[in-house]
Design a protein around this ligand. Sequence first.
Ligand code: NAG
Ligand code: NAG
Ligand code: NAG
Length: 156
Amino acid sequence: MEASVRCRRHLPVLLLWVNALMMLGLAGVHQQINLCNESLMLEKLPACGKFFEEKMKKVDSKKWCNLTEFIMYYNNFTQCTEREANNASCFWPNPLAESFITGIHKQFFSNCTLDSVHWEDPPNEILITLIFVPVMLTCAMIMLVVWCSKRSDILV
Ligand SMILES: *[C@@H]1O[C@H](CO)[C@@H](O)[C@H](O)[C@H]1NC(C)=O
Ligand SMILES: *[C@@H]1O[C@H](CO)[C@@H](O)[C@H](O)[C@H]1NC(C)=O
Ligand SMILES: *[C@@H]1O[C@H](CO)[C@@H](O)[C@H](O)[C@H]1NC(C)=O
């Protein structure tokens, strides 16, 4: 009896917490979209491309399809775009940054076959957090509700 009462008393508080967390998350997303200075980001991205271009010029163009030859520069390049996007308060990746990166890909890798260059999607911690935290919270809530109703079934 006591357990189920405690459970019922805590459930609304927990729901409020989950609600507040989700609102905070949504507010964060909203704010980021609002503040994203696209012109600032587009202004800064070419510098990343230029840096990458200069590095690639030092690599024999016959080896441009060999990922091991330029992975370091490519990594620097993506980090640079991420940094500039974040500086402009934009999420990374975003469609604008992506179309810029695709342009760079076309410039250097248009002659590479898919077999020789294998692209992996960069890990995106933000998206993972955004997707998994609410999912985990929802699962926790469902388990709690089930547990609470079970307790009261048994005890009442
Ligand atoms: C966006 O960045 C530009 C510089 O590229 C600046 O002139 C403008 O004021 C910025 N806009 C906002 C809303 O911060
Ligand atoms: C790619 O470059 C690495 C390092 O220079 C070399 O060991 C490897 O054999 C090359 N792979 C191909 C497919 O050319
Ligand atoms: C791709 O191949 C074409 C024709 O051989 C050549 O003109 C062009 O410069 C090449 N582009 C790259 C990025 O290697």
